[in-house]
Structure formats: structure tokens, C-alpha cells
Design a protein around this ligand. Sequence first.
Ligand SMILES: [Zn+2]
Length: 281
Amino acid sequence: MIMKKLYVIAGPTACGKTAVAVELAKQIKGEVVSADSMLVYQGMDIGTAKPTTEEKQNIPHHLINIITPDKTFSAAEYQRRAVKAVNEIYERGKLPVLTGGTGFYINAVLYGNDFLDELADMDLSHNKISSNNLQYIIEKTIQYKGIIVSEDLRDNGKRMLLNLGHTFAHALEATAGFENISHGEAVAWGIMQACALGLELGITPTDRAGKIKTLLVSSGFDYSKSNPVSSTAKFLEVIESDKKKRQNKITFIVPDTQSAKTVVLDDMNILEKIIKGGISF
Ligand SMILES: [Zn+2]
């Protein structure tokens, strides 16, 4: 991760933050990024200490008056827009001065949001996802892939995390017949199985598995459909043959508290239980 300089001026409304921020921005060649949940709204100028043109002293201010008051504005949406504004400020060779009284806005910029929560904030249903959101998801996933690959240039194991759900998916495709299930569908199902395995092993927290399930459902995955594995025996056979190829070990990726981790499974009984059980969480 590249660390860049960012100034934060935090405090309650009407404690003189604007004046300090503007003065600082003048001295360091900065621009102000507002972190105030009231100032994002157009109108609503009374009691919100919205800086006047005079107070701004020609210093650019971002994330003020950006939406109409009838719209809801989530922390995830704020984070997305604020990070974009901050990056553009860096691109202009200037420094951001994050100023405001909304603590969770400031935290969202400094520490980021959980990507699952951000996704939960969007309408992911087919044909409804906005091009903005789609672009954001693509950018973010490429960014994550880039980080993981750069941390594991020689492909020593960490990169496997990108294959969450795939071990199950490939076995399902081989069992069901590739022409009967799309790769995407198989992977969605595989991710659910990976969650089920993680739950069984006590690695995946229940709320995380629930979040993943909700996201898959909201994006159109129908988990209530009958178990796509017509024959558990055939499925396990496919996995077993894979296992032989890999020196009698089979590695699965399961979600954990923060991201995902690899587990080496030699007990096929656990697997059988999960496949037979369908998706029951
Ligand atoms: Zn795959």
C-alpha cells in the first residue's frame, strides 16, 4: 500500500474547523474534503455551518451540496466519493484536508469500509445495477487482485485466495456436465459451499456467511433450488481424483473474519456431510 499524506481536522459543528482548514489548505497547497453528513445535502443551510463563498477563500471544497435532501446517502457512498475526491487532489499535486464532525465518515476514508457492506448497499439485481456501481466493483476487484498478486509474485499460495468457491465449482461442473451449468452459477454455488465448510470448521463467522449469502441472493442466485449435485458419490469421486493429483491433499478456500484462508482437508466425511446437506445456513 502506498502511504500518502492527508490532514484531518475533526470536531463538533461550529468550532471553527472551516477557518482552520482553509488556513491550512492555503499554506500546504491543499483542498478541503468535507466529512460532514449534513453538508452533503443541497439546501439545508441553516444550522449546518456550511462554509460561505467568502469563508472558502477560493480553496476548493469537496462533498458539499452533492445530493438533494430527498435522497439517502450511505457511509459507503460517502467513502466512494471521498476517496475519489482525495485521489484527484493527489493527482493535481495537492494535499487533501479532511474536515468535519462525522466520525464514521472520517473513519471510512482513513480505514475503508468492508467491501461486503459496500456491495450490500448497492442494488446488484440483474439489469438494475447502475453503470457507476458496476464500474466501481470492477475497479475494486481489479485493485484487490493487484494487491494479492503483488504480495505473491511467485504464486506461493496467497493467490489461491482468489479462487474462493472454485474447487467446489469445478467438481460441480464435472458432475453436472459443463453444458448444464454456467461457470458463474457453479462458482456462486461453490462460494456457498465454501461458507458451509467454513462454518462447519468454525473458521467462517456466521454473520459473514450470512452477508455473502444475502449478496448472492440479491444478485440473482437462487439457493432454494434443489441441490444441483445429483450424485454425492460422483461429486466426491471427482474431488478424490483431484486430491490424488495433489499428493493426497485437497485445499479449499473458506471465508474468515477479514478475507479468506486456505484449509487442507483430508477428512472426506466433512465434505460428504456438506454436499449432502445442500445449503442449509
Ligand atoms: Zn474457475
